[in-house]
Design a protein around this ligand. Structure first.
Ligand code: ADP
Ligand code: MG
Length: 608
């Protein structure tokens, strides 16, 4: 049909209601995690203190949210799935001061239109529960039923009638991760409520109501994280900010762990995330982001939450003052703790390199090291200069001959000989190694070169299914946060093929019994955590996980800039590098080797 062929007839038609709902659903319900979000919001709005979430197949076959909140009467259940039906606002004034999560009255209508939806609910004091069931928004069944007080909502076959939306879903593991994050976010924003999450029948989260947000952090992220967080509070009743700022060593490679809430609502704001990151100044190396929980309290009149269909974004009457408040509140606690915690400064990668160079690692006491290690944190790469501590805890002079970390050349490692032409080697600034080959000067970067060598070794072993593992003397338990735990459970095989001996060991705890052998590993727990973190990033970017795992393990166990190497180690690096398939770049694409022909020198010295 074209517009010109039927000039007299109306071409505009009114859409049927179910189609309107489906179109609207596209905005509110983008993916299974949006359903989880809307249902939890409704439960919290109904003053629930206990919310149980269960999903199957990444939410595509079933999402179930059960709460112990106020419940709904039979008439209310019917109204709840009508579009623009809400109990939360009545007038335009109400809209200017939103105190609940929901107010648009769209979510249940949208969910109903693209799924099989069942609601079972009983009000406090109501004598029986009531059940209603819809398919694609059409009521199929309703009856009285026995039910506990509260509401149980089950969403099956999400997007069954919108194939385009189904196509648009990412991999099940990505969708599952988003759901876990959604529940985790709400749990951090509402510590007073209990939460549970089961994924395909496995318990991923079991949180009893917590007294305060710090306790909630312990339950969700573990004591290692919670202990590394400093409370802050600033502002007044009109506009205030409070929360927990993680010490710099908890820094992450992504912004995902800046948990920002406005009046309990999880929101995203480029500028406020920036405020939080900036507050750390130089204590966070470039490319790292803080771990922080930030709750902005603002008079509801001063914030507009109705600027985005899923209410992800909010608009403040005074944007700049919110920015400043967050910046100064966090900045103050981070820098006052910085002066009392030398271990913190040493933990940041950049600082540790500088300090090592200056021989300053002696300011880190043995106790600091032990407790940092216990917390599973990255120790700075300073064991090259490991210091001695005498029994009463004072730090002795750093040993004149630096003690070596074990850069263990593999058993089968190449034994250098003069025939390779790498007899003379020089280390420059503890980063670059030079040698002369024919009439060229070859310079390698010791870190990227080692990375390349180990990467190919590890990949080969993975492909040959011959992981080599080295048992730990003392197995270690590692507590993982929910998303990391889920990824870990999905990647057991991958870790095994790398040579890790690691397995689930109780609730969100992994038992690490062995690590890949032949690598330079200082802290097995840190290596394991870092590889898991890198895998998470790789998965988000849609990269090949096997390669990413090999690259990560190689990188996290290679000699670092700043490590002083012995002559044989330098020779081995050269010799093994030239036998790799791609000797000129590391797995991340940085150069490993630069060759400078003698003619370049001749030119510089005007010999030609
Ligand atoms: P909104 O939350 O914007 O009001 P929804 O479509 O999410 O819109 O919900 C519509 C109405 O259904 C709510 O206003 C509320 O009265 C009722 N409702 C939804 N879920 C629950 C629940 N878990 N417990 C009690 N009432 C609920
Ligand atoms: Mg709602």
């Amino acid at each position: 049909m074209t517009l010109t062929s039927t000039p007299d007839r109306a071409v505009i038609g009114r859409l049927p209601a179910h189609l309107i709902d489906q179109i609207a659903a596209g905005e509110v319900i983008e993916r299974p995690a949006s359903v989880v979000k809307e249902l939890i919001e409704n439960a919290l709005d109904a003053a629930a203190t206990r919310i149980d979430v269960a999903i199957d197949n990444a939410g595509s076959t079933q999402i179930r949210v059960v709460d112990n909140g106020a419940g709904m009467s039979r008439d209310d259940i019917a109204l709840a799935v009508e579009r623009h039906a809400t109990s939360k606002i009545r007038t335009a004034e109400d809209l200017t001061a939103i105190g609940t999560f929901g107010f648009r009255g769209e979510a249940l209508a949208a969910i109903a239109s693209v799924s099989h939806l069942e609601i079972v609910s009983r009000r406090d004091g109501g004598d029986a529960g009531y059940l209603m069931f819809w398919e694609g928004g059409t009521l199929i069944e309703q009856r009285e039923t026995g039910a506990p007080k509260g509401t149980a909502i089950t969403v099956r076959h999400l997007f069954y009638n919108t194939p385009a939306r189904r196509e648009y879903m990412r991999t099940p593991s990505t969708e599952t991760k988003r759901i876990i994050e959604t529940v985790t976010d709400f749990a951090c924003g509402a510590p007073e409520a209990g939460f549970a999450l089961a994924v395909d029948g496995r318990d991923v989260l079991q949180l009893s109501p917590a007294g305060d947000v710090r306790q909630r952090m312990v339950d969700v992220f573990g004591t290692a994280v919670a202990d590394g967080m400093i409370a802050f509070d600033a502002g007044d009743a009109e506009l205030g900010v409070s929360g927990l700022a993680g010490r710099p060593e908890l820094g992450r490679a992504t912004r995902d762990r800046i948990l920002l809430f406005v009046n309990g609502r999880r929101v995203w704001s480029q500028s406020l995330l920036h405020a939080a990151t900036n507050a750390y100044g130089e204590t966070l190396p470039h490319g790292r982001y803080p771990f922080a929980l930030i709750n902005v309290r603002v008079n509801p009149l001063k914030v507009d939450v109705n600027v985005h269909p899923t209410k992800r974004e909010v608009r403040f009457a005074r944007d700049r003052s919110v920015y400043d408040l967050i910046y100064y509140a966090i900045n103050r606690v981070i820098f006052s703790s910085a002066t009392t915690s030398p271990v913190m400064r040493l933990h940041t990668d950049a600082a540790s390199v500088v300090n090592e160079r200056l021989g300053l690692s002696a300011t880190m006491t043995a106790q600091d090291r032990v407790s940092a290690g216990e917390r599973g944190e990255a120790l700075p790469d300073s064991s090259v200069f490991s210091q001695k501590t005498d029994p009463n805890g004072t730090v002795a002079e750093p040993s004149p001959v630096p003690e070596r970390s074990h850069f263990v050349p593999e058993p089968a490692a190449y034994v250098p000989s003069d025939a390779d032409g790498v007899s003379n080697v020089w280390q420059f600034n503890d980063v670059y190694i030079a040698t002369v080959v024919g009439d060229e000067l070859w310079i390698i970067d010791q870190h990227t070169a080692h990375e390349r060598i180990q990467y190919e070794d590890i990949l080969r072993r993975m492909n040959e299914r011959q992981p080599q593992s080295q048992q730990l003397l003392f197995p270690e338990t590692v507590q993982l946060e929910p998303t990391a735990w889920n990824l870990f459970e999905e990647s057991l095989e991958l870790f095994g093929s790398l040579g890790f001996q690691v397995r689930p060991f109780g609730s969100r705890t992994a038992l690490l019994e062995g690590v890949p052998s032949g690598l330079r590993i200082k802290n097995p727990v840190t290596l394991f955590r870092r590889v898991l973190e890198d895998l998470e990033i790789a998965r988000k970017a849609g990269e090949d996980l096997t390669k990413a795992a090999a690259a990560s393990t190689a990188c996290r166990s290679s000699v670092m800039a700043g490590d002083r190497l012995k002559k044989e180690e330098m020779q081995a690096l050269f010799a093994r590098l030239i036998h790799t398939q791609n000797p000129f770049s590391c797995p991340h694409g940085r150069p490993t080797m630069v060759k400078i022909p003698i003619s370049d020198f001749d030119r510089k010295f005007c010999r030609k």
